[in-house]
Structure formats: structure tokens, C-alpha cells
Design a protein around this ligand. Structure first.
Ligand code: S3P
Length: 427
């Protein structure tokens, strides 16, 4: 599907955004292995998370979905799936489900689309094997399809220096089925949704800065209801659009403000945007609140180090801002971008080139010299939802607008994005 957006001076948004993708994946999986049914309110209904729901059903969960309210009744015992589990485009699902199944005693085969079957899996497979998991896959377990064989896991101490919440979470889920305690060490700061939600489901774990300690043999118990906050990764596109439009403003409420996810707000501030945040007083497991943004100047910034995991998914839209900012933006320490839904460093380079921007690829990031005038052109999403949406944001400042090929990719995480974007920019 090709969509075209011309430049606009205006962008106004006031509302909520769909539910958090990371939280929704976790809610479905934990509800499937807990005792008692769970009502998941405000769930993200998108391709990625619906794939997780289908995996949970294949494992025996009974699901009743009414839009964003999903009631999930777990099976008395997990069922051995009769077919391959299709994780489609969802890296979070593939990695978390591998950990989830590692000690389940079941045989299961996990696969996904072309992009997902090319993404690295040894980062989860190797540490899971060190707990005793039996996992086979292409390239010695580097690539899906992955076969998880029945195995008895035993706890242990595992160093996990890859800054990945998916890897950490996969190990935590497996540790629940292990005999004895598992200690994850050398963790870099990443989103802690799994730690928070495991506690909501009654699990005992100790998370201290760079380590997580979790006892094996724990039965999860449903808290009855899980509230999914709005996804800050969705909101980032709207906030960025409001910063780019001369007459712009956005207010997003009911938004997840987990400190492991708010790096984009800090960057928008450093770039010159005026941002106000109000945290809800009665935030339950996940901090939530309201964010309001008004355009200020837009200047280049340096991004790197431990800040990167807190904004890794927002780097495509940050790149869109940087292309229009005054001065230079440099992103380092973000080599993970190369193994996302696409090689996002290369994909952003192509996006920048298509619109006449000045973009330099670095091995672990990029450098952008912002330009006051961008011509515009045709951008191919390359099947990557975040590239498709970043290109739409960029169109606001491109003199001849932007045509987006493969715009349907946005449905992976944010169905309805383009309608919302069009309405907010007065189309
Ligand atoms: C996610 C963690 C991040 C992020 C992804 C979702 C999660 O990936 O990029 O979109 O839900 O745990 P990594 O853990 O691989 O960094």
C-alpha cells in the first residue's frame, strides 16, 4: 500500500494512544501460565500482539476479546501445540515464548516471517541452554524456526551483558520452571515490564540495578485484571510530529511512563521542545501519566551509552527530527538497530537519501546534519512499521511531501496510525 503526505504547518493531537506493545505481550503470556482468569484492559490489538494471543490459544488458553479488553482463561495444564507457533514479525514474542516454553516439558516449534527468521536468537538460546534447555534451530540455534524440546531446567548464575529486555525476560520466564534459584548478572539498564508484571502475578523476585534473582518452581496467580497503559513508542510519533509542525501541539494521556522507556522525552527536551509530564498518582504496576509537547527550536543532539535502550525503538522518529534540526545529531552505541525488524541504520540512510537529507551511517549508529529545506520523495518502509511511521512524520517538513511504499507495515504495532496522523495534520 502506498500513501502520500504533503507538507503541513499544523499538527494537533489530544487523546490516548493504543496499548503498550511490550506490556501486552507480557500480559498474555503471564496470564496463560497463571492460576485464575485475567482481564487485560487496554490491550494493544495489532498484528504483533495478536500473534501472541494466537500462540497463547495454541497452548490452551481460552480467549474472549472485545476490542481492547481481552479476557484470558489459562488451561489447567499447558497444551502441546499441534502446529508450529507463528510469531509473524514479533521479536518480543519469539524470544519471550522461547524462554516461556524452555522448561514447560512440551515440544514446540517457533517460527515467523522472513524478517523474524533472520534475527539473532543465540542471545536467548545460549543462556537458556546453560539452564539445561534443549533448543535446536538453524545455524546452531541462531535462527528460527526453533524447536524447543522437553527438558528439566536447573537454576544458575548467568551473565547477560547484551542490553536486551527480551533476553532478560526470556530467562526470567524460564527460571520460573527451573529447579533452584536463577541469578541474572551484569544486566545493563533496560525496560523492566517483566519484573513489574511478575510481581503483579505474585512472583517473588529481587531486582537490584544490574542483577535479578528469581526462585524456581513458582506458580503465578492472576491479579484478576491487568491495565495496559498507552504505548510511549506509539506516542513518540505524534509528539515528534507536533514538534516538527510550526503550529503544533500534542497531549497524550493514559501513557506508560516506565523510566526504561522515556528516553525519547529527554531527547525531545534536549532538542529544544517544550515538554510537560504529569504522573498519575494512582499508577498501578506501571507508571502512567500525561505528556504535553509544544514546538521549541530544534537542534541536533548527541545520543549514546546507557540512554540507548530507553529509546531504541524511537531512533527512527528521532532521525526524522534530526534531519530537520539545526546542527548535527550523532547516535552511537546503537548497533542493536542493525538487528531489528530491518537493519534500521541502513533503512534510515535510505529514508534520508530519498528525501534529500544528509545522513552518514556509522557501524553502531548514525550522524545527521540537519537541513532547513528537504525536498521529499518516495520512501520504502521495507516492511518495517517504525520506518513507515517515521517517514510520515518527516513528510510534514518535506517541500514535495513523501510517498510511503509498504505503509501497511504500521499495522504491526499501530493500526490506525495513518488515519490519526492525517486527522491531526488537518487532512
Ligand atoms: C522489547 C525490547 C526491546 C525493543 C522491542 C521490545 C521488549 O528489544 O526494541 O521493541 O518488549 O522487551 P531488545 O530487548 O531486543 O532490546
Amino acid at each position: 500500500m502506498r500513501l502520500a503526505f504533503g507538507p503541513r504547518q499544523t499538527f494537533h493531537f489530544d487523546g490516548r494512544v493504543p496499548g503498550d506493545k511490550s506490556v501486552t505481550h507480557r500480559a498474555y503470556l503471564l496470564a496463560t501460565r497463571a492460576r485464575g482468569e485475567t482481564m487485560i484492559k487496554g490491550a494493544l490489538r495489532a498484528k504483533d500482539t495478536d500473534a501472541t494471543l494466537a500462540v497463547c490459544q495454541a497452548l490452551g488458553a481460552d480467549v474472549e476479546a472485545d476490542g481492547e479488553d481481552v479476557r484470558l482463561r489459562p488451561p489447567a495444564r499447558l497444551q502441546e501445540p499441534a502446529r508450529q507457533l507463528d510469531c509473524e514479525n514479533a521479536g518480543t514474542l519469539l524470544r519471550l515464548a522461547t524462554g516461556f516454553l524452555a522448561g514447560s516439558g512440551l515440544f514446540a516449534v517457533l517460527t515467523g516471517d522472513d524478517s523474524l527468521r533472520g534475527r539473532p536468537m543465540r542471545r536467548v538460546v545460549d543462556p537458556l541452554r546453560s539452564l539445561g534447555a534443549r533448543i535446536e534451530g538453524r545455524g546452531g540455534g541462531e535462527f528460527a524456526p526453533l524447536a524447543v524440546l522437553p527438558a528439566a531446567l536447573s537454576g544458575g548464575t548467568i551473565s547477560l551483558p547484551t542490553p536486551s529486555a527480551q533476553v532478560k525476560s526470556a530467562l526470567m520466564l524460564a527460571a520460573l520452571d527451573a529447579a533452584g534459584e536463577t541469578v541474572l548478572t551484569d544486566l545493563r539498564p533496560t525496560r523492566d515490564h517483566t519484573e513489574r508484571m511478575l510481581r503483579q502475578f505474585g512472583a517473588c523476585l529481587e531486582a537490584t540495578g544490574d542483577a535479578v534473582r528469581i526462585a524456581g518452581g513458582q506458580q503465578l496467580v492472576s491479579p484478576g485484571q491487568v491495565d495496559v497503559p498507552g504505548d510511549i513508542s506509539h506516542a513518540a510519533f505524534l509528539l515528534a510530529a507536533a514538534v516538527l509542525a510550526a503550529d503544533g501541539g500534542a497531549r497524550v494521556w493514559g501513557l506508560g511512563l516506565n523510566p526504561g522507556r522515556t528516553g525519547v522525552l529527554a531527547v525531545l527536551r534536549r532538542m529544544g521542545a517544550q515538554i510537560e509530564t504529569v504522573t498519575d498518582k494512582d499508577a498501578a504496576a506501571e507508571p502512567t501519566g500525561e505528556v504535553q509537547v509544544r514546538p521549541g527550536g530544534l537542534t541536533g543532539v548527541d545520543i549514546g551509552g546507557d540512554e540507548v535502550p530507553s529509546l531504541i525503538d524511537e531512533l527512527p522518529v528521532i532521525a526524522a527530527l534530526a534531519l530537520c534540526a539545526q546542527g548535527v545529531t550523532t547516535v552511537r552505541g546503537a548497533g542493536e538497530l542493525r538487528v531489528k525488524e530491518t537493519d534500521r541504520i541502513a533503512a534510515l540512510g535510505r529514508m534520508a537519501e530519498a528525501v534529500g537529507g544528509d545522513f552518514e551511517e556509522l557501524p553502531d549508529g548514525f550522524r545527521i546534519h540537519g537541513r532547513e529545506h528537504l525536498g521529499g520523495g518516495r520512501v520504502d518502509s521495507q516492511g518495517d512499521h517504525r520506518i513507515a511511521m517515521a517517514a510520515a512524520v518527516l513528510s510534514l517538513r518535506c517541500e514535495q511531501g513523501v510517498e510511503i511504499d509498504g505503509a501497511e507495515a504500521a499495522g504491526v504495532s499501530f493500526p490506525g496510525f495513518f488515519d490519526l496522523f492525517a486527522a491531526a495534520s488537518g487532512r
